[in-house]
Write a protein that binds this ligand. Structure first.
Ligand code: COA
Length: 305
């Protein structure tokens, strides 16, 4: 146990080191990508989040050596954790100390369980989690497609598809919450969450489109642009949802193809997405279009007793 290590709350002057640590952390994830300083700022400024209370820093002799970040998803009773300890400071109990220091805050936020997502290949981190009493509860798969195989946009044949317009955040929040209701780990969004997410790096109103049955939204896609670890731009299918009343009619396929064609029009060559391994309908849709599985991650859970 590292006795000279202190655990404290985040301070704004930690920002630069936090960008480095978050990138180190995300490079170990199944959807490994690069987070620009602006992308980290977007994370720190998101609604319902106070970095000075929800982000914990491990420090030894004035040097930051690790962090633990809580995403509050109290609407479904969980706190999602992201934790990293620099390699030369591992196996000294720092992750454990970060976790136990964060537990009162998780409880104060209304969480009953803590969840952590871990790349399936990261055997060492998985062992640490298991020793701390976390158990694996769900597998998520990472899929990728080469956009060369996607044809340029053609007219939608079922319902017209058009970009989300200013002022439609509540409409999208309702549609998203309806289409994802019951999806494992889905925390319902508010119009404020949606409006904020669209304004963050890599997102744009034209990357979010509704399929409309006259005035009624039947489904939507949400595409964004991110950077891989080499800094190369790539697309991400962030969300794809069809109102349960409209499923099985080809709308999901049409929306996905329109979204991928949008990404292709932005001169991207690859698109990725993450999907619950138990979501067989979505997986079958993605495979039928040419997506291939490239990685997988596990969700770990621990009850906060
Ligand atoms: C996934 C989802 C968007 C599909 O929408 P949809 O409009 O019903 O899909 P489509 O009618 O276009 O079907 C497209 C393909 O999906 C698969 N599919 C659709 N319904 C299916 C079912 N009941 N069982 C198995 N596969 C099914 C098939 O591969 C189908 O192609 P096919 O008709 O040529 O066999 C929709 O189920 C949904 O909104 N689910 C909840 C949100 C979600 O899970 N989103 C994806 C998260 S990554």
């Amino acid at each position: 146990m590292s006795s000279d290590c202190i655990i404290r709350n985040y301070r704004p002057d930690d920002f630069e080191i936090l960008v480095q640590l978050k990138n180190e952390s995300i490079s170990l994830a199944a959807d490994g990508r690069y987070l620009s300083p602006q992308a980290v700022r977007d994370i720190l400024e998101r609604p319902n989040y106070i970095p000075e209370q929800d982000l914990f820093i491990a420090e030894i002799s004035g040097t930051v050596v690790g962090y633990l970040d809580i995403t509050n998803e109290a609407r479904i009773g969980r706190a999602v954790l992201e934790c990293l300890v620099l390699p030369e400071h591992r196996q000294q109990g720092i992750a454990r100390r970060l976790y136990y220091q964060a537990v009162p805050r998780m409880k104060a936020l209304g969480a009953q369980v803590a969840h952590v997502n871990m790349c399936e290949d990261n055997t060492l981190a998985r062992l640490v989690l298991e020793k701390m009493g976390f158990t694996s509860v769900r597998r998520f798969n990472e899929f990728s497609v080469n956009l060369d195989i996607i044809s340029e946009s053609k007219m939608s044949t079922i319902f017209p598809i058009r970009p989300l317009q200013a002022g439609e955040e509540t409409t999208l929040a309702k549609l998203q919450n309806l289409t994802y209701a019951g999806s494992w780990g889905y925390n319902p969004n508010t119009a404020e969450d949606i409006g904020y997410a669209i304004s963050t790096a890599g997102n744009a109103p034209e990357g979010v489109c509704l399929a409309l049955d006259k005035d009624r939204p039947a489904g939507y896609f949400w595409m964004r642009i991110e950077h891989d670890e080499q800094g190369k731009r790539r697309g991400r299918v962030s969300m794809l949802g069809v109102d349960p009343d409209y499923r099985g009619r080809g709308i999901g396929r049409e929306l996905l193809l329109a979204g991928l064609s949008y990404l292709k029009s932005k001169k991207l060559s690859v698109a990725q997405l993450t999907v619950d391994s138990e979501n067989l309908v979505a997986e079958s849709l993605y495979r039928s279009i040419g997506f291939k599985k490239i990685d997988s991650s596990l969700w770990y859970e621990k009850l906060l007793d």
